[in-house]
Design a protein around this ligand. Structure first.
Ligand code: PEP
Ligand code: MG
Length: 756
């Protein structure tokens, strides 16, 4: 028996015969039977089987050559069960000379497969989803080589096409479709704020490929070259669009994206696929399928982003090859469109007509995803990590997107729609009010001034200083530029970046927080620890002190960038005074270095720390004699105080930050700082919620840093409050035995006419 691979010529012949078969007559089942027979013969295998995924995550044997025919439509495996289930679960091929000795082997007696020893199986993929598994088996302990695995993957793609044309998995889905007509609410992750209502448009309905198999690889290669050329030109045009600012992280993302379009490795893989007998478009699709399968395995966020850029490019290239146009390009985007996508690349978002696009909802995504950063630059509301939204919505259905809460409602009832419109109007009216008080001071009725600052993380956020009238940036999270690069930004690159921040902030002060990476914020070029509890693991100052040059370079860049202006530096996640001392020492060394080199030091240097680890509270006496300021990171502080994951939706609300214990803790911090005259700010999310901010001011906080959208509401609250009365009331709450005092605070605000 020949065990040699088919070789490109052989693979091409097989594909051609498959194509003829698909075009021939017969039912889907008949054609599938012929296909497995043909593949088995051509690949010199005794068995060839196709398993398809049925609703309920079950793989069912749909056709086989070589196994017992009685097993067809009977043998079922859960995804993850057995070797076939394993291939589906991980969407990756398996090639085993001795399949039965594999720990995941599951014996199905009805198939009679005990006599076959070797197995090679590949997922049948379409649009990134596993539709089924294609497997061949041999009696001998056959070693399948890489080329054979490749060939089987190409064949699986052809089978996927057949599955979509004939849709042989069907009737059991009907119930599900009916159920999907009811209104449905989805929870997701807030990626960009804003509210929107519109109609569902699916991002990028698949490009349909009519021709899978080609006779003449040389011609396909030149078609590819031409399409790549056209794609490059179109990308350049896209990135030169006027509505995109010329500086900022989104720019950098798009530049890298453009570089990827020229990636030789990627194009090389497409050419290889053409050489096996595919048309240029089928070859792109083949590489796309691989990319998607790899994406499902990759957890590193940076790598995922890169793969998602590649996917974006692949789709683009497919369109240039097939002449298909997106809804965006053909001007077909309806008014008030809400895009729904599994994921999207940054440039794909730019394809759409901004005047018609209301919001974007994705099944994947993270706050630092490239598309999210571009959405923020363009001001498009975006919600991510919305599970199953693609399969549970229909094109054209009405949809509400709440970018503030990270929620989506599909097919909203009349009531919900009315409530939403009311909320929108209300918001617009309130925003008009906030615009009116923009230039008025944040001073209470009894004359107590509160400094309102914004939290920022992107250059684009600095524009909000002007639009909100905030006094400065209370927390500049410096990690994003580090996260979007493939290598650690060197000192000159960092200097340029921080200069830009200074330039945009003008006279307003900016508190730069040094790198808070680790946990879920991974840097691709820094090996991170796989801690069981990443939020409490090797992150922030802990990494900085173990890798001191990282911190020194950052401090060096900040010192230079200040150019003789004041510099405020803050260290994150300090849990012990000695950590502050060590970080401060590195700063002092950098100041000395700058002086030695004749550089201009900042006119003033203020050094502070975040207070976000409870243990630091009991070290305040020592800490306060060392720092110029403290900023309470209530997001982390409360998470650690209550041992309650800040990102867990199940736990949100279980422990109230407006509880006597939390307020007492915060009040004690205020007292300690006031006694020593140390500047105190609170920069966690609670600072931006009017009721919480009211309580904080009652406790004595006089500087609050928040997301820009919160400045107006919090200022309105302050201007309507009487702080003396509020202080007495709030302090009185800290000794109550209650679980939460939210209701009491709300009642106080109501009675006194405080705008919360
Ligand atoms: C905090 O923990 O409250 C904080 C402001 O820091 P971050 O949200 O970046 O962890
Ligand atoms: Mg924090």
């Amino acid at each position: 028996m020949s065990q040699a691979g088919l070789g490109p010529g052989g693979a091409r012949r097989l594909l051609k015969r498959l194509r003829d078969l698909m075009a021939g007559a017969g039912t889907a089942q008949e054609r599938l039977n012929q296909i497995v027979r043909l593949i088995a013969a051509d690949m010199v295998a005794e068995v060839c089987s196709v398993y398809m995924v049925r609703p309920g995550d079950v793989l069912e044997l749909f056709a086989t050559e070589g196994l017992k025919q009685e097993a067809v439509h009977k043998t079922r495996l859960a995804i993850g069960e057995g070797l076939v289930g394993d291939i589906a679960a991980h969407s990756r091929p398996l090639a085993l000379a001795d399949a039965q000795s594999h720990p995941n082997f599951a014996y199905k007696p009805e198939t009679g497969e005990e006599i076959f020893h070797s197995l090679m199986g590949v997922p049948i993929l379409r649009g990134g989803r596993v539709l089924g598994v294609l497997a061949v088996q041999n009696r001998s302990f056959r070693e399948y080589d890489e080329e054979e695995v490749e060939t089987l993957q190409t064949i699986a793609m052809v089978v996927a096409e057949l599955a979509s044309v004939d849709s042989f998995v069907g009737p059991e889905d009907v119930q599900l479709e009916n159920a999907a007509l009811l209104p449905e609410r989805f929870e997701g992750l807030r990626l960009n704020e804003g509210l929107a209502m519109g109609r569902v448009v699916f991002h990028q309905p698949r490009v349909s490929i009519r021709q899978m198999v080609a006779e003449d690889p040389a011609r396909e290669r030149s078609r590819l070259d031409e399409a790549v050329e056209r794609m490059h030109r179109a990308i350049d045009d896209l990135l030169n669009r006027a509505d995109l600012g010329h500086a900022g992280e989104h720019r950098e993302i798009l530049e890298t994206y453009r570089m990827f379009a020229e990636d030789r490795g990627w194009l090389g893989r497409i050419v290889e696929a053409i050489n096996t007998g595919l048309t240029a478009e089928a070859a792109v699709q083949r590489v796309q399928d691989d990319t998607r399968a790899r994406m499902s395995q990759v957890t590193d966020p940076y790598l995922r982003e890169r793969l998602s850029d590649l996917e974006d490019l692949g789709n683009r290239l497919l369109r240039h090859l097939t002449g298909d146009r997106t809804a965006a390009q053909s001007g077909g985007l309806p008014d008030e469109a809400v895009l729904i996508a599994r994921n999207m690349g940054p440039a794909e978002l730019l394809d759409y007509d901004r005047t018609k696009l209301r919001a974007v909802v994705m099944e994947e995504g993270s706050p630092t995803a490239h598309v999210a950063i571009v959405a923020r630059a363009l001001g498009i509301p975006m919600v991510g990590r919305v599970k199953d939204v693609l399969s549970r919505t229909g094109a054209g259905e009405p949809i509400i997107v709440d970018g503030e809460q990270g929620a989506v409602v599909v097919r909203p009832s009349e009531d919900v729609r009315e409530a939403f419109v009311a909320a929108l109007n209300d918001r617009a009216a309130r925003q008009a009010q906030f615009a009116q008080i923009r230039d008025l001071p944040a001073v209470s009725r009894d004359g107590v001034a509160v400094e309102l600052l914004i939290n920022a993380g992107l250059l684009i956020d600095l524009g909000h200083l002007e639009s909100t009238g905030a006094k400065g940036v209370g927390l500049y999270r410096t990690e994003i530029p580090f996260m979007i690069r493939s290598a650690f930004p060197d000192v000159p690159a960092q200097i340029e970046f921080y200069r830009d921040v200074y330039g945009r902030a003008g006279e307003r002060p900016v508190v730069f927080r040094t790198l808070d990476v680790g946990g879920d914020k991974r840097l691709p070029y820094l090996e991170m620890a796989d801690d069981e509890n990443p939020a409490m693991g090797w992150r922030a100052i802990r990494i900085a002190l173990d890798r001191p040059m990282m911190l020194r370079y950052q401090l060096r860049a900040l010192l230079v960038a200040s150019g003789g202006r004041p510099l405020d530096v803050m260290f994150p996640m300090v849990a012990d005074v000695s950590e502050f001392d060590a970080a401060r020492d590195l700063l002092d060394r950098e100041i000395a270095r700058l002086r030695e080199q004749g550089g201009v030091p900042p006119s003033v240097i203020r050094v502070g720390t975040m207070l976000e680890v409870p243990a630091l509270y009991w070290q305040l006496p020592a800490l306060l004699s060392r720092v110029d300021f403290i900023s309470v990171g209530s997001n982390d502080l409360m998470q650690f105080l209550f041992a309650c994951d800040r990102g867990s939706t199940r736990l949100s609300g279980r422990y109230d930050t407006l509880s006597p214990i939390a307020l007492r803790f915060l009040g004690d911090i205020v007292d300690a700082c006031t006694a020593r005259g140390v500047t105190l700010t609170l920069c966690g999310e609670m600072a931006g919620r009017p009721l919480e901010a009211m309580a904080l001011i009652g406790l004595g906080f006089r500087r609050l840093s928040m997301s820009p959208g919160a400045i107006g509401p919090v200022k309105a609250m302050i201007r309507s409050a009487d702080v003396a009365a509020l202080a007495g009331f709030t302090r009185g709450l800290t000794t109550l035995p209650d679980h939460a005092v939210r209701g009491r605070l709300a009642a106080f605000a109501r009675d006194r006419g405080i705008a919360v």
